[in-house]
Every structure is written in structure tokens, then in C-alpha cells.
Design a protein around this ligand. Sequence first.
Ligand SMILES: Nc1ncnc2c1ncn2[C@@H]1O[C@H](COP(=O)(O)OP(=O)(O)OP(=O)(O)O)[C@@H](O)[C@H]1O
Ligand SMILES: Nc1ncnc2c1ncn2[C@@H]1O[C@H](COP(=O)(O)OP(=O)(O)OP(=O)(O)O)[C@@H](O)[C@H]1O
Ligand SMILES: [Mg+2]
Ligand SMILES: [Mg+2]
Lengths: 252, 252
Amino acid sequence: MPVVAVANQKGGVGKTTTAINLGAALARSGRRILLIDGDPQSNATSGLGLAPGAPGTIYDVLGGAPAADCVRPTDEPGLSLLPASRDLAGAEVELAESPDRERRLGASIAMLRSGYDFILIDCAPSLGLLTLNALTAADRVLIPVQCEYLALEGLGHLADTIGRVAEWLNPSLEVGGVLLTMFDPRTNLSQEVVRQVRAHFPQTYTTVIPRSVRLGEAPSFGRTVFEHAPASPGADAYRALAREFLAREERA
Amino acid sequence: MPVVAVANQKGGVGKTTTAINLGAALARSGRRILLIDGDPQSNATSGLGLAPGAPGTIYDVLGGAPAADCVRPTDEPGLSLLPASRDLAGAEVELAESPDRERRLGASIAMLRSGYDFILIDCAPSLGLLTLNALTAADRVLIPVQCEYLALEGLGHLADTIGRVAEWLNPSLEVGGVLLTMFDPRTNLSQEVVRQVRAHFPQTYTTVIPRSVRLGEAPSFGRTVFEHAPASPGADAYRALAREFLAREERA
Ligand SMILES: Nc1ncnc2c1ncn2[C@@H]1O[C@H](COP(=O)(O)OP(=O)(O)OP(=O)(O)O)[C@@H](O)[C@H]1O
Ligand SMILES: Nc1ncnc2c1ncn2[C@@H]1O[C@H](COP(=O)(O)OP(=O)(O)OP(=O)(O)O)[C@@H](O)[C@H]1O
Ligand SMILES: [Mg+2]
Ligand SMILES: [Mg+2]
């Protein structure tokens, strides 16, 4: 029952798009999936067509509410969501003074783990306390990297943070995979980023997610790419990613 | 000497690209510009070809170092930078307990204001204490919105936060403009986002920044779009934005 944090402090690299569509692809292959929205922007929540303000959110769970009470079904059979809302932004400051401040999320979801084959956590674009909670609760980190920006510099910072969490808070944490997203074969930069990322990170998935208008549109309709445009290159890419993800898990 | 915060908690919408290239366009039209990198990712710093680890950064300034000592020249004549580095990520928690926690940046840069025609602050993708410091120090907010995602929901949250800052911390704060970025005329979603944003926000600039490979590449070379590809659609768009920005300032 591994917990996978989808994290990268760089904004707009495809964390939410990956969490939603990998989650849905795994659910469509028969796995029981829980997606946790760990970002006050609550894009995973709205991207699945749910309203953030529902009965219970991750903010309530961090405050002590039972996580099972806050989990909700989505339109994708087999994919459940622990939603987020704006008030999650307050959690960083509120948690800052408590002794278990990085461990809260892990402790709250411990009871849930046996009910799912995988739990994915969509992280906010920062390395603050919310993301530290996700990394402390996780077994693996999936790092989306967009192909438009030579963002290797930021990856070093993320790798350092993962190392520190593994050393002080969560010894079982490891980098599960690096995923190249928004790949545009027409540009030299995209090709260069792919080369550099593969050279620096051996855990880089073979699957590369292409830049695809359909994929970019889907969250505006509150639908996964499989509901919005099932035959599109984006849908094919996330199906291939799910297969590669499962093959790695079976080997792990 | 207005201070302009370039802010949107949604990641990857073009905040840094706008801060760098609007700053450079204004400098090339003869204005004296200071760009403050307010993001621990320090993309504005690396995007201008500077190394974040230099003598003084915004982290030192928030800790009491004189801001003037930390300002550095860039390759663009007339454009100076107050750089950031990773350790800025620690400022959020460190500032949380001090009584002037939102006002630190404004107080530190007060002495600098008379030396520049405009000060731009590139914000992190969050509404945490760093962005609150930028909003408290600013006279106007420039909000980039990408055309690929119907992110109006997030804009409401940002507008609420700006309202609260104006009410409690900085009465002169107002929304200076909303900038549509990464526009791709081939997609319906782009056209729809433009329509919706213009309808909701009368302050939306007429200038729209197109999605352009050259613009995406420039920061990887540590150069502005004017150095990297001066005749590209991206360079033209940011020149047009600078003209429109100045026209609004003259009317203000
Ligand atoms: N492969 C793709 N092709 C085209 N558009 C994409 C692709 N992946 C994501 N997008 C779009 O790019 C934008 C950023 O993606 P997304 O919101 O998933 O990134 P994120 O890393 O979660 O952002 P944040 O840092 O704000 O959490 C969204 O508008 C999304 O719809
Ligand atoms: N108009 C454009 N056309 C093509 N690519 C662009 C455009 N504007 C920005 N980009 C690219 O998109 C990515 C996101 O842009 P940028 O880093 O400026 O966004 P940001 O809002 O500052 O992100 P963050 O939330 O991480 O601070 C970068 O790789 C940048 O080079
Ligand atoms: Mg996201
Ligand atoms: Mg930025």
C-alpha cells in the first residue's frame, strides 16, 4: 500500500495533471486509489469536478478529524479523493509550533492505508510544511519536470530536501521516478532537457508526457483526460505511465 | 516610484517571465528598474544569469542587512536585481513569530524607493508570508493568468487576499492589471479564458502574451527575451506590455 507524493516546488510542471490522470489510469486498471489534495489551491479537487468546501477536507484531518470521514468518491470508479480547500493555507503557520508538525498527515492517514492499493498526494508548489508532511507520509516521490525549462537547478534543491526528510523523518522515503512532462518534439530545448534529466536521474520514466491541448483542457471541465479525450496523445501517455509505474512497483 | 508585486499563487503562469521581461522592457525605455526576487526557487535570479549564492540576498535583507548592499547590476542596463536564494524558504517560519512579520520587506526597501522609477517583486507560487510581505510593500499587483487553464477559481482567492491586505496592512494596494499569458490562438480554451478573464477583470491588459518557444527558452540561457530573440513574438508582446503599463501609470 505505498504512498506516493507527487512533488516539485517549481510551479506549473504538471503535478496535479499527473496526480489526477495517473490516479485515474491506475483506477481503470482495477486498483483502489486514494488521491489526497495537499495544495491550498485545491486544483486536484476542482480538476475532478468536486467543490472544495465539502463536509471534510485535509485541513480538518490535520486538525484531528478522522480521515475516513472526509474521503469522497469521484466520477472515476475506483478513485477516491481527500479534498482540499483554501483554509489549508493557514495550516502551515498553525502547524509550525506543534512538535509533530511534519508527521501530522502521516499519522492521520495511517488507518486508511490498508483500504487502498496506492495513495497519491498532490503537493503544493513549495517546500513548506505541507509538502514536508507529504514527504514524511510517503514511501516514494514522483517528480514531474516540464521540458520547457532547464529547471535542473531546482531539482537539486528538491533532492536535498528529500534526502533530509529521509535522514530525519522518514527513512523509507525514496525517489520513485522522475516524469518528463509537456514535451514538445519541435523544440531543441525540450530535447536538451530530456537528455539532461535522463543523465542526472536514472529513475526517469521511459514514458514522456507530450504537450497536449486536450490534457490542458480536461481540468477546466472537471474531468480526467480519459473522460474528456480518451483517444488523445495525453490519455495514451498516462496509460503508458500507469503500466510503467506498476511494473516498477511489482519489481520493488 | 510605485512598487508592483507580480503575483498569482497558481504555479507556472508566467510570473517570473513577466517580472524579468517587463522589467527589461521598462529599463530599455529609459526607466531605472529594481527587480526583487521574492521566491526561494530564485528563478528571477538564475533567469538573469546571476548565481543565487552571491554576497547578499533578500533573505539577508529580511534579517536586517541594508537592502542597498544586496542590490546587483544585471546584463540589462538600467535593470538591477535584489537576488534570492534557497534559504529564503526558511524565512516563512522564521518570520511567523515576529510582530511585524508582514511588514518586514516594505520597511527594508523604503530607503531604496527613491532610487528607482519602478520596483517589481517576483512572487512565489503561494499566498504565504513571503507573498504577503510583497503585497504589503506594494502599491499595485500585476496578476499573470495563463490561457491554458480556466483558473478563475484561484483568482477569486487571490482577489480576496489582496482585499484583506488592503484592509489590514496596506490601504494603498490595488490591482494594477491582469495579464493574459501563454495564449495559443489555435485552442478554444485559450479564447474562452480570454473572454472570461476580460469579463471578470476590467483591469485586464489589452496586450496578450503569446505562447512562444523563444520566451520559454530565454531563462535557460540566463538572458531576457530581448537578448535571446529580439524579433520574436514574445519580445514584441513584452514591449507592447511595457508601453501599456507606462500609459496606465501616467494616467494614475
Ligand atoms: N502535458 C500537458 N500538455 C498541455 N498542458 C498541460 C500538460 N500538463 C499540464 N498542463 C496544463 O498546464 C498547467 C499546469 O499544470 P498543473 O496545474 O498540472 O501543474 P502543477 O505543477 O500542478 O501546478 P502548481 O505548481 O500550481 O500546483 C495547467 O493548466 C494544465 O492544465
Ligand atoms: N509566453 C510563454 N510562452 C512559452 N513559454 C513560457 C511563456 N511564459 C513562460 N513560459 C515558460 O513557462 C514556464 C513557467 O513560466 P514562469 O517560470 O515564468 O512561471 P511562474 O509563474 O513564475 O512559475 P512559478 O509558479 O514556479 O514561480 C517556464 O518554463 C517559462 O520559461
Ligand atoms: Mg498543482
Ligand atoms: Mg516564478
